[in-house]
Design a protein around this ligand. Structure first.
Ligand code: WT7
Length: 578
């Protein structure tokens, strides 16, 4: 997939990381707290480290958050505001009877309450469970039920969606609604949020240890429903240090991470990384338009920008002229994550913004960046870079042994431990165990390593669909499809898309009495959009009489996918009726 072009010149400037070779040689994770400027013997509570500690170091008055709403209203919050309002949240959660370790979901658009409530929950020792605000009923129910979530913080708009599934989530005692207005509250619903709360000057944070659970992020796999990757308070050195060395954040930067905290990038690098370093960040709620994004960079003076290939491809469509209409000269460092970053995008960004996007590779499970292009490192467009200092990565052969030969593809694997590695899939112990073999964590991605140690992404090792940087599990879509009255069985795959890399395509066999037509296609599409999310909605439905299956009855998505991508179909010897 990755086209290789000649190595490009070095990125310039005085980077935080400095001498990369020396860092690699000397790196020890047990010194990471110190390197990241975190207190060594504790406290470890992330909520405290990202707020109180910054205030104690004299930066209380500094702006932590510049928030721009979907209607372009702007609000600013200092680190002291974050500290006192997250205290108020911590107190509120505790008074509600929530205990350390309880799962509390945040389910709303990118409002200040999401960020502050999240930190407040961490302060109270709760396990915070971010849920993407576009999730529909079924996606929501799955995740709330699996986690046994006790409370959910949400907005008025989304409270209606929760009401529809409330009966099916017996553990869910409290629905906390920010700014409910004149909404008639039902049993178990109550109002709380920074609009009405008194900021609280002191709150005794839960004394988290390094192994205390902190965040539960759901991620999709090939089989079964999404799994909850559990992280700990001890993860922070990994996020802080990668933010310092890869994103190169310095105290006067204005940083913009475009990801939503419903996905791991939006928490690890949209909350934990920047605020643990006391850096000001922009949060832009609402939808993407090229002009809106460029205006945000120009008007706020964004210096460091962490985004995703799909967004970059959308910006590329507007051409260099599109970028030229704005003053983007504040930008000094760019990074990308979530999907393969096309070599063209790296070269284009150099031309459009005067600097290249630095690709980074990681996953929900790894909690922090693993393979990166460090500032100052020679960038090979199309390559994910090299393992971060202290990280050992390899590609493994079929027997799960490292492949020594350069440029030979295998499964990308990382050697544990590192501080931010996930500690469990919530109540899915077997699935968790199966990710570790021969002392390696298996990533489920295919990659190869070139002669000089650069890593190149080749594709996924499984059937998970990556649409615009968001993983969607085919099984999740297929199960939801069964809820539609016309669907007998189905297979969901990713089909190629110029902007989103992949979009969902579903093959559907209908029940007797239903005729394939455009109206039915629309009805099925909308059904999934509402049940799961707009991301999971098939962009195309192909009606088929039956699906290709193995003799044991497993749907062969691989075959459907290969056809879609114009690839070799490969071994079909296990096919049902070949
Ligand atoms: C999967 C992880 C971690 C942040 C967002 C996604 C794909 C991620 C890259 C990259 C090619 C990438 C992989 C990976 N991916 N970064 N730089 N190049 N592919 O987290 O939802 O857990 O997804 O996203 O397939 O396994 P996630």
């Amino acid at each position: 997939m990755n086209e290789r072009t000649a190595p490009r010149g070095k990125a310039s400037g005085n980077s935080n990381i400095g001498d990369i070779d020396a860092r690699r040689r000397e790196f020890k994770w047990n010194r990471a707290r110190q390197e990241a400027g975190l207190p060594e013997g504790g406290p470890f509570n992330i909520g405290w480290l990202c707020t109180d500690r910054i205030c104690e170091s004299g930066s209380g008055e500094k702006t932590a958050l510049i928030w721009q709403s979907s209607t372009d209203e702007i609000k600013r919050f200092s680190f002291d505001d974050l500290r006192r309002y997250s205290n108020a949240y911590g107190r509120y959660f505790t008074d509600l009877g929530l205990d350390p370790g309880d799962r509390v979901a945040v389910f709303m658009d990118r409002t200040p309450d999401l960020y502050i409530g999240f930190l407040g929950g961490l302060k109270a020792g709760l396990v915070m469970q971010p849920l993407f605000s576009a999730f529909g009923e079924e996606a929501l129910e799955q995740r709330l039920r699996n986690a046994g979530t006790r409370a959910i913080l949400t907005s008025r708009k989304l409270a209606f969606r929760i009401r529809k599934i409330r009966d099916k989530c017996p553990a869910l005692e409290h629905v906390i609604i920010i700014e409910p207005g004149d909404l008639q509250m039902k049993e178990g619903e109550q109002a709380f949020g920074i609009a009405d709360a008194e900021p609280l000057d002191s709150f005794t944070c839960y004394e988290a240890k390094e192994e205390t659970p902190s965040i539960l992020h759901y991620t999709s796999g090939t089989t079964g429903q999404p799994k909850g990757a559990l992280h700990t308070h001890g993860s922070l050195p990994a996020q802080a240090l990668t933010t310092k060395w890869v994103l190169d954040l310095k105290k006067d930067d204005l940083y913009w991470c475009t990801a939503d905290p419903g996905w791991v990038t939006g928490t690890s690098y949209g909350i934990l990384g920047p605020w643990s370093l006391g850096v000001t960040q922009l949060v832009l709620d609402g939808g993407f338009t090229v002009n809106r994004w460029y205006e945000a960079i120009q008007n706020h003076g964004v210096t460091v920008w962490y985004s995703a290939p799909t967004a970059i491809r959308m910006l590329m469509k507007e051409g260099i002229e599109g970028a030229g209409q704005f003053d983007l000269s504040s930008l000094r460092h760019l990074a990308s994550v979530g999907e393969p970053l096309n070599p063209e995008a790296v070269i284009w960004s150099q031309e459009a913004y005067g600097r290249p996007f630095h690709d980074t590779w990681w996953q929900t499970e790894t909690g922090a960046m693993m393979v990166t292009n460090l500032p100052g490192m020679e960038i090979r467009p199309g390559s994910m870079g090299k393992p971060f200092p202290g990280i050992t990565a390899a590609v493994l052969d079929e027997a799960n042994k490292p492949i020594d030969e350069p440029n030979k593809p295998g499964q990308l694997a990382v050697r544990p431990p590192w501080p931010s590695i996930f500690r469990a899939y919530w109540e899915r112990e077997e699935a968790y165990k199966s990710k570790f073999v021969n002392g390696w964590y298996l990533t489920g991605d295919q990659a190869c390593i070139d002669e000089d140690g650069y890593f190149w992404f080749m594709g996924r090792d499984d059937d998970v669909i990556n649409t615009g940087g968001h993983l969607v599990g085919p099984f999740e879509i297929e199960s939801a499809l069964l809820g539609h009255e016309a669907v007998a069985e189905s297979a969901a795959i990713g089909k190629p898309d110029k902007v989103n890399m992949e979009v969902v395509k579903a093959f559907v066999a209908l029940k007797a009495g239903f005729e394939p037509n455009r109206k039915l296609e629309m009805s099925i599409m909308n059904f999934i959009r509402k049940k799961l999310s707009p991301l999971a909605m098939p962009q195309e439905i192909e009606f088929v009489d039956k699906l290709p299956k193995t003799r044991s009855g497993k749907i062969m998505r691989r075959l459907l996918r290969a056809k879609e991508w114009g690839e070799e179909v490969g071994d079909t010897s296990t096919l049902e009726d070949d």
